[in-house]
Ligand binder design. Structure first.
Ligand SMILES: O=c1[nH]c(=O)c2[nH]c(=O)[nH]c2[nH]1
Length: 278
């Protein structure tokens, strides 16, 4: 028998230019739509009478960008998700996920430079209301000191030396669940906590980063972090008769430690995970 199913247009690339007297603004998005509802017939017999084509979904995204503009990825996703559920009787739930590529204006008023990180938002709209999860991906942070790692388990396979001073680097992948307003302060809180936490482990830094978001953003109930430990190993220069007082490192790209965790506001009921996966 048919199990859970969903369908929609994935990765709709859309660039909107807001042409303003003081300079143009650029919004660069990758929008994915997933719909659920009374859609089994299409799978079971090919009866498409309840199927809003994914091509139409794509067109709707472009039309909404023109008609309503794009205030924030959260509000744009919510408008779309509500539209698909409200306009089609057969559609009961909609999930709209948006990645935003960020561009910083360079000289003049119409030239832009792309930044490395990606902002994300997922809005789920269904019979139980609307849930919003915002986030950031590939936000690369590094501190040259203020990081230690010692006191760990040692067995016959352990070779890692203890250190009281190392480079700590990561590429932050974070999501935060909130009430729908766009908490721009969340990203700043993550960066600030990474910077000012004297780290005894990336695990401790993770908890500090999540906690800082909850302190700064009352509307956030939960922060999920996935932090690769981008190892920087001190190079042994003794074969060349040289010392290495924490100056020359080998930046390994793999393997990497992967530290993941959720930091949750105490006493707040967290709804079931809204992100559907297969
Ligand atoms: O911050 C760290 N946490 C670990 O769990 C770990 N393991 C490791 O080899 N290096 C590190 N660093």
């Amino acid at each position: 028998m048919l199990g859970s199913n969903q369908y929609g247009k994935a990765e709709i690339r859309i660039v909107r230019v807001d042409r303003r007297p003081g300079g143009d603004e650029l919004t660069d998005l990758n929008v994915s739509v997933a719909l659920r509802g009374d859609l089994a017939a299409s799978h079971l017999t090919g009866d498409n009478s309840n199927v809003l084509p994914t091509d139409t979904q794509k067109n709707t995204v472009y039309a909404f960008a023109r008609q309503h503009g794009i205030d924030s990825i959260e509000s744009f996703a919510q408008r779309l998700a509500e539209h698909f559920v409200a306009s089609q009787e057969s559609i009961r739930e909609a999930r709209v996920s948006i990645e935003q590529y960020l561009w910083r204006k360079v000289d003049g008023n119409h030239t832009f430079e792309r930044t490395a990180e990606t902002r994300t938002a997922t809005v789920h709209h269904g019979p139980h209301g609307t849930q919003t999860v915002s986030g950031v991906r590939d936000l690369v942070l590094l501190k040259t000191t203020d990081s230690e790692f010692h006191g760990f388990v040692k067995d016959r396979y352990t070779t890692l030396p203890e250190t009281a001073d190392r480079i700590l680097a990561t590429s932050v992948n974070a999501t935060w669940r909130h009430d729908g307003a766009d908490p721009g302060a969340a990203k700043r809180a993550l960066v600030e906590a990474f910077a000012d936490t004297h780290s005894l482990a990336l695990q401790q830094t993770l908890y500090g980063m999540g906690s800082r978001v909850l302190e700064r953003c009352p509307e956030v109930v939960e922060v999920k972090l996935s932090l690769p430990n981008k190892h920087h190993f001190l190079v042994d220069l003794t074969p060349f008769g040289l010392d290495n007082p924490n100056e020359v490192y080998y930046a390994a790209d793999r393997p990497y430690g992967l530290i993941e965790g959720v930091v949750r506001r105490d006493g707040v009921e967290v709804p079931e995970e809204v992100v559907w996966s297969f």
